[in-house]
Design a protein around this ligand. Structure first.
Ligand code: NAD
Length: 352
C-alpha cells in the first residue's frame, strides 16, 4: 500500500501521512496532514469498518485535503488534516485503543489537532485530552466548546437557504420538500431547523429506531424509497460521502444538493460538471459544513458563542457568492470555492 502512496490518485501533495499501529490494543489508524500553510492541520477522527486498508487510506487522504480547503474558505488560520481508525466504533472502540491513538496524535507535536467525526463522541475527545492537548471538540465541562454537530447543522441550513435564494429567489424553505439522508448528529439537528421553518421533511437512514424517534419528534416523514431519484426540491446528504457518483448522477430530480457529508462528489470535476449541466445547484460540501470546524476553532482561539454563530451565519453569504461566481466564470460551484480557498493559501505562502 505505501509503495504507491506518493502516486496515489488522492495523494495531492500531502505533507505527511502517518500509519499508526499498536498490537496490544489492535489500533490501526492513519493520520493525514495535507497542508499546514495557514496553520496546524485540524480535522476529526473517523472510526469506520473499512472494507480494506486501501479504502481507509483513500478516505483519509480525501478527507484531510477537504479540511485544507474548508478552513481556507471559512477564513480560519488552520491547515487540513484528518485521521481514520480502522474498525467498528460500536464493538471495537475501547478506552485503551483511544488512549493509544492519542499518544500517536501527541507525537506529532501539534502539527495535527484532532476532533470528532463519524464513530466518535465528545466523551472520546475528553479521553484523548487526558493524553494530549492537541484535541478539540472536548466537552464544556472540560473547557471545550462541546459537540460541534448542532453548529454544523446550522451552517448547512444557512448554505441550503443560500442555494434556495440563488435558485428560487427566496431563501425561505417553507413548503419546500427536503430529503435528509442520514439523521445522525448533524442530520437530526438539520431536520429540526427545517421543520421549524415549515419545510416538508423526508428522512432516510439505515437505523430504523432513529428513523422512528426523529420522525415522531419533528413530524418528519420516513422515506423508504431510493434517495437519488426522489421527487424532492432539495437532497441533503448527511450520511457518508460520494453519493453523487456515476450511478446516481442521472437519477436526481432535486433542484438543489446541499448537505453535511464530506466529499459528496465521487469525482469533483466530472460529477461537478455533470450536475451543472443538468441544472442542479450544488452547494459545495466544504463550504456549507464548516460550522463544526468554526466551533472547534473557538476552543483554540478562545472566542465565544456569539462569534461562533456569526461566523456560521456567514456561510449564507459565502455560499451565495460562490454560486454567483460559478455563474460568472462558467465554472462549477466546487471549482469556484476551491479557487477562492487556494488563493488564500497561495497568498499566505507568498507572505511566509
Ligand atoms: P453520524 O454518524 O452521527 O450520523 C450518520 C448517520 O447516517 C447515522 O444515523 C447512520 O445510521 C446514517 N447512515 C449511514 N449510512 C447510511 C446510508 N447508506 N443511508 C442512510 N443513512 C445512513 O455522523 P454525523 O456526525 O451526523 O456526520 C454526518 C456527515 O457529516 C458525515 O459525512 C460527516 O463527515 C459530516 N460532517 C460532520 C460534522 C460534524 O460536526 N459532526 C462536520 C462536518 C461534516
Amino acid at each position: 500500500m505505501t509503495s504507491s502512496l506518493f502516486s496515489h490518485k488522492d495523494f495531492d501533495d500531502h505533507e505527511q501521512v502517518v500509519f499508526c499501529h499498536d498490537k496490544d490494543t489492535g489500533l490501526k489508524a492513519i493520520i493525514g496532514v495535507h497542508n499546514t500553510v495557514l496553520g496546524p492541520a485540524l480535522g476529526g477522527t473517523r472510526m469506520w469498518s473499512y472494507a480494506s486498508e486501501t479504502e481507509a487510506l483513500t478516505d483519509v487522504l480525501r478527507l484531510s485535503r477537504g479540511m485544507t480547503y474548508k478552513s481556507a474558505i471559512t477564513g480560519l488560520n488552520l491547515g487540513g488534516g484528518k485521521a481514520v481508525i480502522i474498525g467498528d466504533a460500536k464493538t471495537q472502540k475501547t478506552p485503551e485503543l483511544m488512549l493509544k491513538f492519542a499518544e500517536f496524535v501527541h507525537r506529532l507535536g501539534g502539527t495535527y489537532i484532532t476532533a470528532e467525526d463519524v464513530g466518535m463522541e465528545t466523551s472520546d475527545m475528553d479521553l484523548v485530552r487526558t493524553v494530549t492537548p492537541y484535541v478539540t471538540g472536548i466537552s464544556e465541562e472540560m473547557g471545550g466548546a462541546g459537540n460541534p454537530s448542532p453548529i454544523t447543522a446550522y451552517g448547512v441550513f444557512m448554505g441550503m437557504k443560500a442555494a434556495a435564494q440563488y435558485t428560487y429567489g427566496s431563501a425561505l424553505l417553507e413548503d419546500r420538500t427536503v430529503l435528509v439522508q442520514g439523521i445522525g448528529h448533524v442530520g437530526e439537528s438539520l431536520v429540526e431547523h427545517l421543520s421549524n421553518e415549515g419545510a416538508k421533511v423526508l428522512i432516510s437512514d439505515i437505523n430504523q429506531e432513529r428513523l422512528e424517534q426523529v420522525s415522531q419528534k419533528y413530524h418528519a416523514t420516513i422515506f423508504n424509497g431510493d434517495c437519488y431519484s426522489a421527487q424532492v426540491d432539495i437532497y441533503a446528504p448527511c450520511a457518508l460521502g460520494a453519493t453523487v457518483n456515476d450511478e446516481t448522477i442521472n437519477q436526481f430530480n432535486a433542484k438543489i444538493i446541499a448537505g453535511a457529508a464530506n466529499n459528496q462528489l465521487a469525482d469533483e470535476q466530472k460529477h461537478g460538471q455533470l450536475l451543472k449541466k443538468r441544472g442542479i445547484v450544488y452547494a459545495p460540501d466544504f463550504v456549507i459544513n464548516a460550522g463544526g470546524i468554526i466551533n472547534v476553532y473557538a476552543e483554540l482561539e478562545h472566542y465565544g458563542r456569539a462569534d461562533i454563530m456569526r461566523k456560521t451565519e456567514n456561510i449564507f453569504d459565502t455560499t451565495l457568492e460562490i454560486l454567483q461566481m460559478s455563474d460568472r466564470e462558467g465554472i462549477t460551484p466546487h471549482q469556484a470555492a476551491f479557487d477562492v480557498a487556494q488563493e488564500r493559501i497561495d497568498a499566505r505562502k507568498v507572505g511566509q
